[in-house]
Structure formats: structure tokens, C-alpha cells
Design a protein around this ligand. Structure first.
Ligand code: AVJ
Length: 334
């Protein structure tokens, strides 16, 4: 479905297709209706990212405690040439491309190797896809961009057929947001974008000292706390709800058994909030918690197992000297 814009002439360097149809509002409504009426309240983390949430996340990435973004970037900078050589990729498909900040490191290396032809960003934010498409065709002469505006959990089938060896990149550690079962299912769907000559480049945060993890999700300046509470502002605005974000305390804890971080919002008092658009009221007991995110941390064995279960074979494990974060490379299993 979606709004097809028709085939562009071959000389056109940019082609963009949107598969959004207002169903993202529906998904918030469904997630609130479903998640806030459960015995253990829960909302999926994708609803953090309105423009204020995206801005807060950018601030998180700059925090001294939040090592992930800069560590991944450093690994990419140090290993991009090697990645370009081992993949010989003509195209880069990027899931959740955003501003394509880290992408340029890879594009530079593919350009230098002389194989780069096409970039395929997949992102829900239309302005991001259009903005980066325009910037990148200027920066990389000869590059074509085929942008897919959509949700990578729902619209992977709209990624165009490969034109040559490709890299599918899913960076930033967002794979950690999927609970284990859905994670394997999602990896299997990504696997469908890969032919025998293609590679998956997957960024993942690693298991480490719980104090380091804890600090990364409960920073001293309280930026993560604001980011967490922002989901309530999104619900207030989009669904005409009446939560007071200040009624909720930010909670971040490392679950050592599951090896994941959980973020929660804990009601400071008993309260009832109306959600007008859904014609419902949500009740919290004092101290009751709403889970807003899980962020799984990986070991090599764990990631290798998940990839194998999804039909992929881990081939390279690119990490920093402190083993904080990994850029894993895999390919379809023979
Ligand atoms: C964007 C999902 C990778 O899990 O670390 C940052 C989001 N949450 N601080 C993460 C996040 C709290 C982030 N990911």
C-alpha cells in the first residue's frame, strides 16, 4: 500500500516512498489501550521519540555516562575500511537511519573503495529521510538514494531489491529494545533482505559492570529521567491525556538474570489519569510502576545464538579495547 510516487526517471538521484498512512497514531492508541490496562503496565519504547524526545536522546548521546554512541562511532571509524573491503558493497541499507550521522563513516569507506552506488535509508521520520537524501547526493557524487519512509518493524518488505552486494546496517544498539523472542523474529525478517553475498552490520551493547550500565541509564544530570517521562507528554498530546509527568519517578535497573536494563516510571502517589481520546481512565497505586523500555545487553555467545536462530552466521566481532560495545558482522548461514 502506501503512497507510491511512481517510478522516477533513471537519471533521478533521489527516489522516496512513504508507507505511513497515519497508522502510527493508531499504534500509540493501541499500545496505550493494551499496555496501560495490563496487570503490569507497559509501553513500548518507540513512543519516546517525538521531536522533544529525539532532542533529549541526542543529549543522552553526549553524556559522559552514556558511552554507547561514541564507542560505536569510534569502532566504525577504525574499521570502516576493513568493512568496505570485506563486503565490497554497492549499497547500504540502514534501518532507523535518522540523521545518518554515523552512516557517513561507512559511505566514505565504500566511496574510497570505489564500490558505492546506492544508499537506502529506512526511517519513520519523513523530514529525516528527505533531508539526508538531499544532503548525501550532494556530498557523494554519483550516489543514488532510495528512501523508505516507514517503520522498520512493519515495512521491511518495501526495501527495494538489491542491485549488488549490500550491507544492511542496524546501528545504535536498538536491537536491545526487542525482547528475546521478537528479537529473533526481527533478525529473521532482516535476514530476508540478505542474499548470499550480503552482510548484516549490527551494533549491540555488551554485558559489563552493572554500575557502569546503571549510570548510563540514570545520569547525574537527569536527562534520561526527562527522556523517560517524555513518553507521558507524548500520550498527553496525542491522546488528550492528563498525566502529570512530575507524578512519576524515573527508575533504571539492571536485571542481572535477563541481562537487560529496564526503565520504569514509578507513581509517586496514588492517581487516576483520564485519556480522553480513548475514553478511559488509568489508575496507578502509589509506587506502582510502568515499564517503558528494556535494553538488552549482549555477550558474544548470546548474539551468535540469536543470529544462528535467525539463519545467520556471525563472521566478525568488532569491539573497542574495553569491550563496551560491539559492531557485529554476519551473513546468511550457508
Ligand atoms: C536507542 C534504544 C539504543 O537502549 O540505550 C537511551 C535508548 N534509553 N537511554 C538504549 C535509551 C535510555 C537507547 N537505544
Amino acid at each position: 500500500m502506501g503512497v507510491q510516487q511512481g517510478p522516477a526517471p533513471a537519471c533521478q538521484p533521489i527516489r522516496i516512498e512513504s508507507h505511513l498512512d497515519g497508522s502510527s497514531d493508531r499504534s500509540l492508541a493501541e499500545d496505550v489501550l493494551d499496555g496501560l490496562t495490563r496487570p503490569f503496565k507497559e509501553l513500548p519504547p518507540k513512543h519516546f521519540y517525538d521531536s522533544r524526545g529525539a532532542d533529549l536522546f541526542d543529549q543522552i548521546c553526549e553524556l559522559p555516562e552514556y558511552y554507547q554512541t561514541r564507542t560505536e562511532r569510534t569502532i566504525l571509524e577504525e574499521r570502516a575500511d576493513e568493512l568496505a573491503e570485506l563486503t565490497a558493497a554497492n549499497e547500504l541499507v540502514e534501518l532507523g537511519s535518522g540523521t545518518a550521522a554515523k552512516t557517513r563513516v561507512l559511505l566514505d569507506a565504500l566511496q574510497a573503495a570505489g564500490t558505492l552506488e546506492r544508499y537506502v535509508p529506512v526511517d519513520v521520520t519523513e523530514s529525516m529521510v528527505r533531508g539526508c537524501a538531499e544532503a548525501l547526493v550532494e556530498e557523494y557524487p554519483g550516489l543514488t538514494v532510495h528512501g523508505v519512509i516507514g517503520d522498520f518493524e512493519r515495512h521491511l518488505a518495501h526495501v527495494p531489491v538489491a542491485q549488488g552486494p549490500r550491507i544492511v546496517a542496524f546501528l545504535g544498539g536498538t536491537i536491545g529494545n526487542f525482547p528475546p523472542g521478537s528479537r529473533r523474529r526481527f533478525l529473521r525478517e532482516i535476514g530476508r533482505l540478505l542474499g548470499p553475498e550480503d552482510h548484516l552490520l549490527l551494533g549491540a551493547d555488551l554485558v559489563k559492570d552493572p554500575r557502569v550500565l546503571q549510570a548510563a541509564y540514570d545520569d547525574s544530570r537527569g536527562v534520561t529521567a526527562e527522556f523517560n517521562r517524555n513518553v507521558l507528554r507524548v500520550v498527553n498530546r496525542e491522546l488528550q491525556a492528563e498525566f502529570d509527568p512530575e507524578d512519576f519517578e524515573h527508575v533504571a535497573l539492571f536485571d542481572e538474570h535477563h541481562e537487560w536494563i529496564e526503565m520504569r516510571l514509578r507513581a509517586r502517589r496514588e492517581l487516576t489519569a483520564r485519556v480522553s481520546a480513548l475514553d478511559m481512565c488509568v489508575h496507578f497505586d502509589a509506587g506502582e510502576e510502568l515499564r517503558t523500555e528494556i535494553s538488552a545487553k549482549f555477550t558474544r555467545e548470546r548474539l551468535q545464538g540469536d543470529l544462528a536462530a535467525a539463519g545467520m552466521e556471525l563472521t566478525h566481532w568488532l569491539t573497542d579495547p574495553d569491550e563496551l560495545f560491539v559492531l557485529s558482522v554476519s551473513r546468511p548461514a550457508a
